[in-house]
Design a protein around this ligand. Structure first.
Ligand code: ATP
Ligand code: MG
Length: 562
């Protein structure tokens, strides 16, 4: 797996170099870019790469970035997606200002330009069916064959195209095609379809149109109308660039944008395709587009990924001209770096095991000082209650400890964080042999520090006071798929990990967490970073684990350097 196969040099990646050169040589006064989502689903982390690139270069090269909805296919597009996309771009930290556009705003102009092509003999109405057009297209090695309608005269084409617009013909009965070259080596130039008939209302233009431009006929022309200078898109459009240029060459466009391609982001253990993500939602494999296991921006947000971390990630993966698979561990690493700075530390026990401190007076409690964030001296400290009955993590105790287990075991002494040294005296168990209560003694002389006699303990455990703890549900997430390249064997669903969500309902939190604010990240000591889930109600707190503490990315990097 590669992470930084950026085609970059001191002046930045290859795109920034091109733009820098264009500004230096005076070709453009500033960079105008656009992020052009099709509103047919929610944005994912791959889109974030494109958003960070487009808005990023606009900011760096004294330009502007447009948000343009590529809304040319009314059968798949919805207002819900338009609103979600705008919210996601804003959340990522970008602002299009006054520059919100819709390809549908240009339908009238695009229609006029189609007429212009017909009049110049560069477009014709074709009566072949979609299937026949495919059959006529030829292959990579064999040229295509001309449609029998290719030689229609201008007047007939104008008449038929006008009647396509007024709704005289059924869906699929006719299309408008560019008249380029059926023998072109590039299949995209073999008389591509420019307009199709779709009797389908549009979220923005309603019933005004029953013919809609294709992506190829809308995209470059929209760029030109908006005076976009650099139209940055993913590699799959590389083969469309000759058509992009051909159309601009043959139309009375007000500006001359250029298209550049970069590699799309692929991320291990997930899929970045709206179509596949929609399938997961529609078939109920996840709880929705914003399921915290989804690579959507709404899912990552709900899980607790900060936008700063996603922008940091986008910067680190760089811009390459070759497709690659980026390790999910790098994204999680960026999340940890950010949360480590901003998240206050708290104590919580996810799988509680009761501990009774036998020599601590019954009914008594005290407040102990706990540091809020060792990374941020200004964050201060707080008080946590301590008492006779506590909870510790179930797997912090072993009745028969294995080698190197430095936590609690019969006869062993450990430190309770911010509190005392305790020693396990006995264990109570249920019929299955599982421990139910650990009976311990504490050393009052170790309060909040070390033992006066200098004896050491190897383990430090987190804990909460049973009498004071708040209860919560905590959701732990694993990868959605069991393999880094889900679907590589042809069956995506077979690679779903049935254990990607683990729900713990008996968690106990230190009392200060009762008023945790929505959106506030916290670190539970030794467990990871967490955030409230919107399923939280006044009676029932639900938290998501954003990421555990252990950083597999940092560890592999360290090993590689060693
Ligand atoms: P999907 O395959 O998920 O449907 P798309 O390319 O069809 O993605 P669009 O809404 O058309 O989705 O994409 C908007 C912009 O985001 C395009 O410029 C596209 O190139 C870019 N983009 C989409 N997916 C990725 C990705 N994985 N990495 C980088 N950029 C992407
Ligand atoms: Mg698309």
């Amino acid at each position: 797996m590669t992470t930084t196969n950026s085609d970059s040099a001191p002046g930045g990646d290859f795109i920034r170099q091109i733009i820098g050169d264009d500004l230096r040589t005076g070709r453009h006064g500033g960079a105008v870019t656009r992020f052009p989502p099709e509103p047919n689903g929610y944005l994912h982390i791959g889109h974030a790469k494109s958003i960070c690139l487009n808005f990023g270069v606009a900011a760096e090269f004294s330009g502007r970035c447009h948000l343009r909805f590529d809304d040319t296919n009314p059968t798949k597009e919805e207002q819900e997606y338009i609103e979600a996309i705008m919210a996601d771009v804003r959340w990522l930290g970008f602002d299009w200002g006054a520059h919100l556009y819709f390809a549908s705003d240009y339908f009238e102009t695009l229609y006029e330009w189609a007429v212009h092509l017909i009049e110049a003999g560069h477009a014709y109405v074709d009566d072949l069916t979609a299937e026949e057009i495919r059959d006529h297209r030829g292959t990579l090695t064999a040229p295509g064959t001309d449609s029998p309608y290719r030689e229609r005269d201008v007047a007939e084409n104008l008449d038929l195209f006008g009647r396509m617009r007024t709704g005289e013909f059924a869906d699929g009965a006719r299309v408008l095609r560019a008249r380029i070259d059926m023998a072109a080596a590039n299949i995209n130039l073999r008389d591509p379809v420019l307009y199709r008939i779709l009797h389908s209302p549009h979220p923005r233009t309603g019933d005004d149109w029953c013919i809609y431009p294709t992506y190829d006929f809308a995209h470059g022309q929209s760029d030109a109308i908006e005076h976009v200078t650099h139209s940055l898109c993913t590699l799959e459009f590389e083969d469309h660039r000759p058509l992009y240029d051909w159309l601009l060459d043959h139309l009375p466009v007000p500006s001359r944008p250029r298209q550049y391609e970069f590699a799309r982001l692929n991320l291990s253990y997930t899929v970045l395709s709206k179509r596949l993500l929609m399938k997961l939602v529609d078939e109920g494999h996840v709880r929705g587009w914003d399921d915290p296991r989804m690579p959507t921006l709404s899912g990552l947000r709900r899980r607790g990924f900060p936008p700063e971390a996603i922008r940091d990630f986008a910067g680190r993966i760089g811009m390459a001209k070759r497709d690659s698979l980026v390790d999910m561990a790098l994204l999680e690493h960026c999340v940890r770096l950010q949360l480590n700075r901003e998240a206050p530390r708290r104590m919580a026990v996810l799988r509680p095991l009761k501990v009774v401190i036998e020599n601590y007076p019954e009914g008594q409690s005290e407040m102990l000082d706990a540091i809020n964030n060792p990374e941020d001296a200004g964050a201060g400290s707080r008080e946590v209650p301590f008492g006779r009955d506590l909870y510790i993590e179930r797997d912090d105790f072993m009745e028969e400890p294995v080698r190197k287990f430095h936590r609690l075991a019969p006869g062993k002494e450990v430190r309770l964080r911010y509190a005392y040294f305790i020693t396990c005296q006995s264990v109570e168990k249920d019929q299955t042999g599982a421990p139910t209560v650990i009976r311990c003694t504490y050393d009052p002389a170790t309060r909040g520090g070390d033992a006066p006699d200098g004896r050491k303990v190897k383990g430090t455990l987190h804990w909460v006071s049973a009498a004071h703890a708040a209860s919560a549900e905590v959701r732990l997430y694993g990868h959605l798929f069991t393999r880094p390249d889900p679907g590589a064997d042809g069956d995506l669903l077979a690679d779903l990990d049935p254990n990607s969500l683990e729900t713990l309902t008996e968690c106990r939190l230190e009392p200060s967490l009762a008023d945790l604010a929505p959106g506030q990240p916290v670190q539970f000591e030794r467990l990871g970073y967490f955030r409230l889930d919107p399923d939280t109600t006044t009676a029932h707190q639900v938290l998501n684990r954003t990421v555990p503490l252990r950083d597999s990315w940092a560890r592999t990097q360290a090993r590689a350097k060693a």
